[in-house]
Design a protein around this ligand. Structure first.
Ligand code: HEM
Ligand code: HEM
Length: 189
């Protein structure tokens, strides 16, 4: 396995693809979540819940691949002039982002499995949520965790995007390009 792949000047293609695909899916899941909870109880609401769950659970599965990949591929080195506090802030915030990407699907799954509503994963005809049974207190606790975590993650993502854009627009260093494909110095995977 290409152990050196992430130690070039940028992330590997797989890491970039997972980063941008999952970022998009998380933002779509977030927007759907906020929208769907106020819908009247009809088919549209059911459609949004079903696809919110599908997208969220897919994020959870992709996260397994991403973490497995990341453990084997260290992040590309930051520019040597990067101050220590920025290195630490990046390491800590990335770790928390990973944790929140796991908390979202897990808390969402438990929220739903205590409602008594079924959870199907895309076209697989197996009800994943059935074993939870109906339990209002457990549902409330997990919904509280799920919703709180969603807004905390949204805050983190805003900070993260602002930090990334600071590199692109203000500092004009190579940090943002590490997550973008197509420049000459990219190493082969
Ligand atoms: C990336 C993953 C996810 C994100 C970002 C996300 C985000 C959200 C948001 C923003 C809300 C609405 C909060 C509100 O304003 O009340 C919500 C609600 C909900 N989500 Fe998720 N979610 C994710 C994954 C999941 C998964 C995997 C499931 C279930 C398998 C799920 C089940 C639910 C349910 C049942 C609600 C309604 C909770 C309630 O009744 O208050 N979510 N989600
Ligand atoms: C839901 C949205 C997002 C999540 C969960 C997320 C998560 C992450 C994580 C965990 C890393 C660290 C990768 C690693 O070393 O393993 C990362 C890196 C990066 N992200 Fe995001 N990201 C999101 C959205 C964005 C957005 C909107 C931008 C740009 C505006 C962005 C720009 C970057 C850049 C440039 C890097 C590489 C910089 C570095 O490694 O220090 N991300 N992202």
């Amino acid at each position: 396995m290409a152990q050196e792949a992430n130690t070039g000047k940028r992330y590997t293609r797989l890491a970039m693809s997972l980063h941008w695909l999952m970022a998009l899916m998380i933002m779509v899941a977030f927007a759907m979540g906020v929208y769907m909870v106020d819908l009247p109880f009809d088919d549209t609401r059911a459609w949004f819940f079903r696809h919110h769950k599908n997208i969220g659970l897919t994020v959870g599965l992709l996260l397994l691949l991403r973490v497995w990949w990341r453990i084997r591929h260290p992040a590309p080195p930051l520019p040597p002039e990067t101050p220590d506090w920025e290195r630490r802030a990046a390491a800590v915030s990335h770790r928390v982002l990973y944790i929140m990407m796991a908390v979202m699907p897990i808390s969402g799954f438990f929220t739903t499995s205590f409602t008594g509503y079924p959870t199907y994963f895309w076209w697989i005809p197996i009800d994943l949520g059935k074993w939870g049974g109906e339990n209002e207190l457990a549902n409330d606790i997990f919904a509280f965790i799920h919703v709180g975590s969603a807004y905390f993650l949204a805050f983190l993502v805003l900070m993260h995007a602002a930090a990334a854009l600071r590199h692109l627009i203000i500092k004009r260093d190579t940090v943002f390009q590490r997550m973008l494909p197509g420049r000459a110095e990219e190493k082969k995977e």
